[in-house]
Ligand binder design. Structure first.
Ligand SMILES: Cc1cc2nc3c(=O)[nH]c(=O)nc-3n(C[C@H](O)[C@H](O)[C@H](O)COP(=O)(O)OP(=O)(O)OC[C@H]3O[C@@H](n4cnc5c(N)ncnc54)[C@H](O)[C@@H]3O)c2cc1C
Length: 416
């Protein structure tokens, strides 16, 4: 067998290089590909990244796109701008199915083989069987779906101005769920609605933004002081909360809620109340627990040592609490390091590393120059300070992905 020296070690090369395929160019997929490029020389492994689009988008900015407070091109980064096509086979195609036993992936236009597979296909909305949710509610799930929400809201304003007797509920926006996505979206709506009111000469009092949440609190797990701050900030800008209220059914222009089956008419209904792994994972025969795969501490799918599942497709157990970490971009990025290291170890030998989450804090944007959250050892931040920290977090990711050039092109610098 051929061998050569690399970083002071003698490496034996198999006749054919291992094929490492990454599915999905989100946070997990992009960072894993970057790390694999650092772990392997071109002679040691063949790297492939498959994604539906030729661009990567910041999922954590989609609520801004959905509300219309950010331009679509700010959220998109051409994959080939940060990952060289000379080094990685970039395939723009849609993944349809993974054949684990055959070690192949079926794409819409091709079928590819792998020796090691990294699945980072992200989330889709989980409707928990709520009648009509799938058909009638929007979800903040991708660039295209978020753009539809933005355009739909603006169309409601345009129609309202042009119909002789418009139904006032056309300008009611119902947001289902008060988790991270729901709260950040409400913050952007609170900023965007006054702009649309001005643009279409509509009194602000004609517009309602109603959040409906089954739990008695917004953002479960956050510090109570931060929750009070967030609630006050959003209510002051016209957001109405209906907490402890279940959505029972979604109709074309209404939701049915609560024990008394109250009907709330609305021109726009956006569901942010639940996510599950991309359905391809379940359809490919991976065992799901509450919509995602319970991966082992090395991030591999149980029973499949050659398949790593990352980001929103996986649950990773927190050994201290015995509960899985809530999936976030922060975790997806950190998982990439362990995944790339473990694939290299599987190829060259050594000890696999176990994932442990280094929580750097969580900051939720409340729109405009407002935000709140905790950083480092639980220090609380509010308002402009928190928003500045949120921008630092976003810019840090851009730096990791594409260095200072990408930060300058796509970064966020002003807290408003
Ligand atoms: C509005 C919003 C705000 C958020 N804010 C925060 C935050 O502030 N902080 C935080 O840590 N987390 C936040 N999150 C959560 C965070 O965005 C996710 O946890 C993170 O994106 C997960 O990364 P991922 O790589 O698993 O998936 P994603 O980043 O969603 O990437 C999935 C990729 O797979 C591609 N893909 C999907 N299906 C296919 C297919 N069939 N074929 C080919 N490609 C496919 C998609 O195009 C996409 O590029 C937020 C989420 C949302 C929706």
């Amino acid at each position: 067998m051929q061998s050569y020296e690399w970083r002071g070690r003698m490496i034996s090369m198999a006749e054919s290089k291992p094929k490492i395929v990454v599915l999905g160019a989100g946070y997990a997929g992009m960072m894993t590909t970057k790390r694999l490029m650092q772990q392997f020389t071109p002679e040691e492994a063949e790297l492939t990244l498959v994604n539906k689009h030729n661009y990567h988008y910041q999922t954590t900015w989609l609520h801004e796109l959905a509300a219309g407070t950010i331009d679509v091109n700010r959220t998109r980064i051409m994959i080939s701008d940060v990952i060289s096509p000379k080094r990685v086979n970039l395939i723009q195609d849609t993944v349809l199915k993974i054949n684990k036993e055959e070690k192949t992936v079926e794409l819409e236009h091709d079928k590819i083989e792998y020796d090691y597979l990294v699945i980072g296909l992200g989330f889709e909305k989980a409707t928990f069987g709520i009648k009509g949710m799938e058909e009638h509610a929007f979800s903040i799930q991708s660039v295209d779906k978020s753009r539809m929400i933005r355009d739909h809201i603006e169309y409601q304003f345009a129609q309202y101005r042009n119909l002789p007797n418009p139904d006032p509920s056309m300008l009611t926006i119902v947001v289902g769920g008060a988790g991270f996505t729901g709260i950040e979206f409400l913050g952007e709506l609170a900023e965007r609605i006054p702009v649309l009111c001005k643009k279409y000469d509509v009194p602000r009092s004609d517009v309602r933004i109603i959040d409906i949440e089954a739990m008695d609190t917004i953002l479960p797990g956050f510090d109570p002081e931060l929750l009070t701050y967030a609630t006050d900030s959003l209510e002051a800008r016209g957001v109405e909360f209906k907490l402890g209220t279940m959505i029972k059914e979604v109709k074309a222009n209404a939701v049915i809620v609560g024990e008394d089956n109250q009907e709330i008419k609305a021109g726009t209904i956006v569901w942010t109340g639940g996510v599950q792994a991309n359905r391809i994972i379940g359809e490919s025969g991976f065992e799901l627990t509450k919509g995602k795969v319970n991966v082992d501490p090395t991030l591999r799918a149980p029973g499949h040592d050659d398949v790593y599942i990352l980001g929103d497709c996986a649950w990773v157990m927190n050994k201290e609490t015995g509960r899985p970490y809530p999936p976030t971009a922060q975790i997806a990025i950190q998982e990439a390091d362990i995944c790339a290291h473990n694939i290299k170890t599987s190829v060259f030998g050594g000890t696999l590393k176990e994932f442990s989450f280094d929580n750097k804090g969580t900051v939720a944007s409340l729109g405009g120059s407002d935000a709140m959250g905790t950083v480092f050892d639980g220090n609380k931040l509010y308002g402009v300070a928190a928003k500045t920290m949120k921008n630092v977090i976003d810019n840090r990711y851009l730096f990791l992905l594409g260095g200072p050039r990408l930060v300058l092109r796509k970064g966020k610098f002003r807290p408003f």
